[in-house]
Design a protein around this ligand. Structure first.
Ligand code: PBG
Length: 322
């Protein structure tokens, strides 16, 4: 036989030299949840091994992230006070703004990315300003600008709008530039689907909408080509990094985007993906480490350069163990 593909599988050494895709801790971003209050490190019931942290306890987790070799975190805040205009989202004394300043005191060895959205901050739980129970796009843009600028003012390196309003990347870019934050980059949640995989996050972030769903702003899971319309708009508006979310059920979208654009592509492996593996592992059905690493690798293989995952710290450890 002339063609024997098994020749390049005979042992570890040869498999190692021909492997096309690998996972590195440099690829990973860790989501971090901050809450008001003191001395809080409380496990999030829907996200095993992930915690709500109060600002005074952040040092512990921030040092852990830095030591793991993971280069960035994405910050989510849970405010004490919610109202119809999400005012704590853009207050300089908001939970995320305070957390950013604290993290900058702890280290300058970590990329601080912030999620830009209103759903944790509005009393109705939708991602923007309501007008007759419909999320008003253009009124919401004004708030998103304020949120992004306040995060930048606190010291964020990168902002990540996740609201899915039209025109938000341009609005945020212009607002940042006007305020002198030309080097604060934008990672846009460009192709964000209206997905059931966000369930555990909404419990963690207290952001379940009080009525209806997010289908008038997030994408329909049946759509593939539309993802590129979103991506193209965001690129024209100045997005530096394009994100696809969720990841596992949307590997085809990651691949499409990868083939059509040349900026970095991020994949958000969301809460439901993580929680399913945790539950299956707890039930003794799967090997957690192997399943998680295979899932993350599949996202790399699909074309993601960056993976946001609740497994970031574990994966960094597992990469070193090999
Ligand atoms: C905010 C936001 C959500 C997630 C990230 N940013 C929730 C949502 O859109 O309802 C989900 C993250 C996850 O499930 O891990 N809009």
């Amino acid at each position: 036989m002339i063609k024997r593909t098994r020749r390049l599988r005979v042992n570890n050494l040869v498999r190692d030299i021909v492997r096309e895709n690998t996972l590195s801790e440099n690829d990973l971003i860790f989501p971090l949840f901050v809450v008001e209050g003191e001395n809080i490190k409380e496990e999030i019931s829907s996200l095993d091994g992930n915690y709500h942290w109060s600002i005074d306890r952040l040092e512990e987790i921030i040092n852990e992230v830095v030591e793991s070799g993971v280069k960035g975190i994405i910050l989510f805040g849970i405010p004490n006070h919610k109202d119809c205009v999400g005012s704590e989202a853009y207050s300089d004394e908001g939970i995320v703004q305070k957390a950013i300043r604290k993290i900058k005191e702890i280290t300058d060895e970590l990329l601080i990315i912030t999620d830009i959205c209103m759903c944790q901050y509005t009393d109705h739980g939708h991602c923007g300003i309501l007008e007759n129970d419909y999320v008003d796009n253009d009124k919401t843009l004004e708030k998103l600008k304020e949120i992004a600028v306040s995060h930048a003012r606190a010291g964020a390196h990168m902002v990540a709008p996740s609201d899915m309003m039209d025109g938000r990347v341009l609005a945020i870019r212009e607002a940042l530039d006007e305020e002198g934050f030309k080097n604060v980059s934008i990672m846009s949640y460009s192709a964000k689907y209206a997905s059931a995989f966000y369930g555990p996050f909404r419990e963690a972030a207290h952001s379940t909408p009080s009525f209806g769903d997010r289908k008038t702003y997030q994408m329909d899971p049946g759509n593939r080509k539309e993802a590129f319309v979103e991506v193209e708009n965001d690129l024209l508006e100045g997005a530096d990094i394009i994100m696809v979310k969720p990841a596992l059920s949307y590997l085809d979208i990651i691949r499409d985007v990868r083939e059509r654009i040349d900026v970095p592509v991020a994949a958000y492996s969301v809460s439901g993906e993580f929680a399913m593996v945790k539950a299956a592992a707890k039930a003794g059905l799967v090997d957690e480490k192997k399943i998680a690493m295979e899932m993350l690798l599949s996202m790399k293989r699909a074309g993601a350069d960056i993976i946001i995952t609740y497994y970031a710290l574990d994966a960094a450890k597992w990469i070193k163990e090999k």
